[in-house]
Design a protein around this ligand. Sequence first.
Ligand code: PHE
Ligand code: ZN
Length: 870
Amino acid sequence: MSSSTKPVVKFRKNYKPSPYLIKNTELIFQLFEDHVLVSASLNIESNPKSAESVNLPPMELDGVALELLEISIDDKELSDSDYQLKQDLLIIQPTTAQFNLQTLCKIYPQKNTSLEGLYTSGGKFCTQCEAEGFRKITYYLDRPEIMSAFSVRIEGDQQKYPLLLSNGNPASRGDLTDGRHFVEWHDPFPKPCYLFALVAGDLDCLEDEFTTMNGRKVKLELFVDKGKLDQCQFAMDSLKASMRWDEEKFGREYDLDLYMVVAVSDFNMGAMENKGLNIFNTKYVLANEKTATDADFEGVERVIAHEYFHNWTGNRVTCRDWFQLSLKEGLTVFRDQKFSEDMQSKPVQRIDQVKIIRSAQFAEDSGPMAHPIRPDSYIEMNNFYTVTVYNKGAEVINMMHTLLGEAGFRKGMDLYFERHDGQAVTCEDFVRAMEEANDVDWTQFRNWYSQAGTPLVNVKLTQLGAGQFHLDCEQSCPPTPEQQSKSPFMIPIKTGFLDAAGNSLKFKVEQGDWTDEALLILTENKQSFKIECDAEQIIPSLLRDFSAPIKLAYEYSLTQLATQFASDPNSFNRWDAGQNLMSRLLLSNSPTLSATDKEIVEQAFSAILHDEQLDNALKALAVQLPSLNSLIGQSDKVDLDQLFNKSNQLKQHLAKSLEPVWFSIYNTLAGDNAGARWLRNVALSYLLIASEAQYFELAANQITHATNMTDELAALQVIAKSKNGFESEYVEQFYQKWQNEDLVLDKWFSAQVLNEQDNVIDYIRSSLLEHEKFSIGNPNKVHSVISTFSANNLVQFHHASGAGYALLADLVIQLNQINPQIAGRLATQFNQWKKLDSNRQTLIKSQLSKIISIDALSNDVFEVVDKSLK
Ligand code: PHE
Ligand code: ZN
């Protein structure tokens, strides 16, 4: 580690309230072509809640890469001895309990490639302040509990920046000399600085209006690059749907007269919920049938909703400190998931949510970066915007919802808002509101907040006598880096029983009523439930709808799984039984699949595909093999070569043995809705596995005549994956057609990196990374090429030569200085290495060692790699 400052670990247990508060924040931005001047006037008070504040301790303001030009207190300029500039800190010594601090700083947004703080993207200025980016704009108490009323004045060239936007409502505007103008904004809601935003540029705008439940009119404005207005309507409709949904489901109304969304191409994440002025990655705004797939549309709807829902869960009630991130993120993901379930198919949405948990989150939980949804420590906060905090956090909220029911959950939410509106609070405050509104004791439930790792529940069924059974459950949770032993979790297990033909059975748990579904609540390490059920043989249908983020093990016979797959009334478990069946075969010790194994799956697939009741989207999901990522994510050790081999065998077998079925689906299904398109395109991919030579024409024809991006891309994907993918004229034509549509080009890059032939890494290095449309500074491009390759082309990423690992490491090193946040995230792709064979372990370890020894290593990369090497 040779960086200038040694990384500092921050601990949750060391939290102390800030000795000072900032009541009002007035900012003036003067925008110029190679720099920006930021003047700040801060009304500061000592904090009555801080024990230290009586003595007026020194005040430490955060600041990174700022040139301090002027500083005064209560209009008196400070001399050099009145303040100290340390690494990333400005220290002053207050002499009164209330004062005004004024600073003038010079910053260089045009050179800011970290995409954090104030930066430029496509000729416009924009900001990203969460988590700790505001300190790159001006000296401040950059922590979320400091909530301040902001007034902002922006000055800039009238021609280049006709739009000058910030949070809240515009207060005044006017002309200045030299072709410049200004706009002033005032945000009446005190907010933490991470929710501050500024945008300046020349953009097109789609305008609309929303009338709230109380009849207030809200102006909606969606700003995009010139010429993109025809890709905005869907995002606008999604916004209005989200606003309505939050009123209907949670009684939450929007609070300002204006809601703005700006789309920018260079953005580290999906989007950002800045008060009244969301800033979005273009990927989650721009969409029309020609340019976006059905999956893209869902993504837009989900992220627009997510950011909108933050207005209440995140902005009105925010986090006291960053360890509490899941307070807003877990809850808001839960809310966007429920919204999507209402807008789309509920089981399909649930399956998508669970796939993320089982592949990415289980992997994280079993790797070196494992942390509870409320982490205890971090070096770089940016490394904790994780699937654990977000998606497992949402699962924890979902368990509360399951335990309390819809009405009880709503009561808890109402109490939470009633108590904490306008405050910066903790996860504990949320749990307490839920608990007290419903008069329950969730002492044990809190273990979900404090313990990392994925619990495993082993379930056994024993028959006691006629119609009498015991369901024995035993839970455990493997050690994680900071926690060797775990206390038992409270685990709700939604359960049903089927007879041997797959019919739903009535049953009783302990002294309960007859039912066809029950919620078993596991609280002990070992627990047994008495089941009464009038049947000879019963098949348990466990963890319905994935009622807890755990692994569940039950020794089903393959026939039982096939029965469940064919007929479990719970759609989620029906899909899951299929996944379970295939996982069992693929992860077993035997080096190959037996003929019977393959036939069981074939017959199960055939039944699904011929089931006339089942909708196409569920069919499409059911006939896809569990992803290699989820198989690895769920295992402690994997033999990759064996796994690749067997999964290819199984795909080949299913492609060939069901060839006429795929062919008939492809030819007879009208692709006139998303589900049908999906199934039809799955059929196409099986056909090309069955015989590339024979079916290539179908794909060629489809890519040529497609009228929507879903079909066009599906065809591109199979073509780019084929033997001559790298030289294909169709891949070239796609490029010619879409070369000016950035987001479509991202898909073009991704499709190519999924080719599994040995020359793909050379091709990536020499053609894609060198391509004129590739840009290392653009996170979407890095994602399309490098993350897609290392996360989804596992055969080549894990190539025994180590070339895939070297490629990833080179990019981490290259991005370390350009954009540390993205570099850190890329580096996590090595995190599963301890599950692999010793040859691959050695190869990865040497790449990790190479990374950790470079000069000026960022905290982001250091934290990930250092933990990985431990
Ligand atoms: N808070 C954003 C969201 O969840 C995510 C984000 C985090 C964006 C950090 C940028 C930087 O919607
Ligand atoms: Zn969020």
